[in-house]
Ligand binder design. Structure first.
Ligand SMILES: CC(=O)N[C@@H]([C@@H](O)[C@H](O)[C@H](O)CO)[C@@H](O)CC(=O)C(=O)O
Length: 279
């Protein structure tokens, strides 16, 4: 999102090129503040051979209702109708709220029908299950959701009303196990960039019904994040950890995101090695 449209195009082209024969999917994120930019990126994703596109809600002029967001998503999808389309739900980042809710914010999550709400309720995430309701009629290429949220009832409803073959990708890495129980069939997140082997153990243990081992894997991640959070775990620190742990120089974050002091990164990387090399 911090990249220009041109930078995003060249990154998408490079990923699609290099992933050939190595990766099952490259899903290009094309969400922007401008609908036109998103449509341009969607068309470009087709040209470079992406396997799908994903879109977050615009976060400056925000949609006020799930209907409005669906209409926006429909327009973006129409620019690349042959590509599988994914809605990327990440309310803590987009700040997209339900502005109307019949029983007020305290009951958020327990009453997903936002159509019945008064117009004075602004602090409630717009539910992904509302956005996805009936979306296939508007977007025939709709193929699933990337759900980065802690509202597991909302996630559960996305799973319940999804169709066969759709992807339900969970995005809170420290709670992956919980989402698997509810029916997640994939995950996208930042920690997988350096904890892939560890998470594969969790997935295998879960698939084999070995919940003790799966829980142990998840708890290790939670321990690690609790440690890193003391230093302010954020996107900058995460990128620096990726560089430190992989040995690849991934470059600095872009302003206004400020990097973490290198000594702190080294401390956290060391903790990561301690926890995950021993387990
Ligand atoms: C809010 C946020 O950044 N969430 C991350 C998580 O991977 C997150 O970093 C992790 O669960 C630690 O809290 C991802 O879901 C989002 C993400 O990696 C992305 O869109 O690039």
């Amino acid at each position: 999102m911090s990249f220009s449209v041109e930078e995003r195009k060249s990154l998408a082209a490079e990923w699609c090129l290099r992933a050939k024969g190595k990766m099952d999917y490259v899903i290009v994120h094309v969400g922007c503040l401008s609908l036109k930019d998103s449509m341009e990126l969607a068309q470009h994703a087709v040209k470079v051979g992406a396997d799908g596109i994903a879109v977050v809600s615009p976060s400056f002029f925000k949609p006020k209702t799930a209907d409005a967001l669906r209409l926006y998503l429909q327009k973006v999808a129409s620019a690349a109708p042959t590509l599988p389309f994914y809605y990327y739900h990440i309310p803590t980042v987009t700040g997209v709220n339900c502005e109307s809710f019949s029983f007020g914010p305290l009951l958020h999550g327990y009453w997903p029908d936002t159509s019945k709400c008064p117009p004075d309720c602004r602090d409630v995430d717009m539910l992904a299950s509302d956005v996805c309701k009936g979306i296939k009629k508007l977007i025939p290429s709709f193929s699933g959701v990337k759900f980065t949220g802690t509202d597991l009832m909302d996630f559960g409803l996305c799973v319940k009303y999804s169709q066969a073959e759709q992807l339900l990708l969970y995005g809170i890495d420290e709670q992956l196990l919980t989402s698997l129980v509810l029916g997640a069939n994939g995950a996208v997140g930042s920690l997988y960039n350096y904890l892939g082997r560890h998470y594969n153990k969790l997935l295998v243990a879960f698939a084999e019904g070995d919940l003790d081992s799966a829980r142990a894997c998840q708890f290790n991640v939670q321990d690690f994040l609790a440690f890193a959070s003391q230093y302010g775990f954020d996107v900058a620190l995460n990128k620096q950890l990726m560089s430190n742990l992989s040995g690849l120089n991934l470059g600095p974050p872009r302003l206004p995101v400020i990097p973490c002091p290198p000594a702190t990164v080294a401390t956290i990387a060391e903790k990561c090695r301690q926890i995950f090399l021993q387990n």
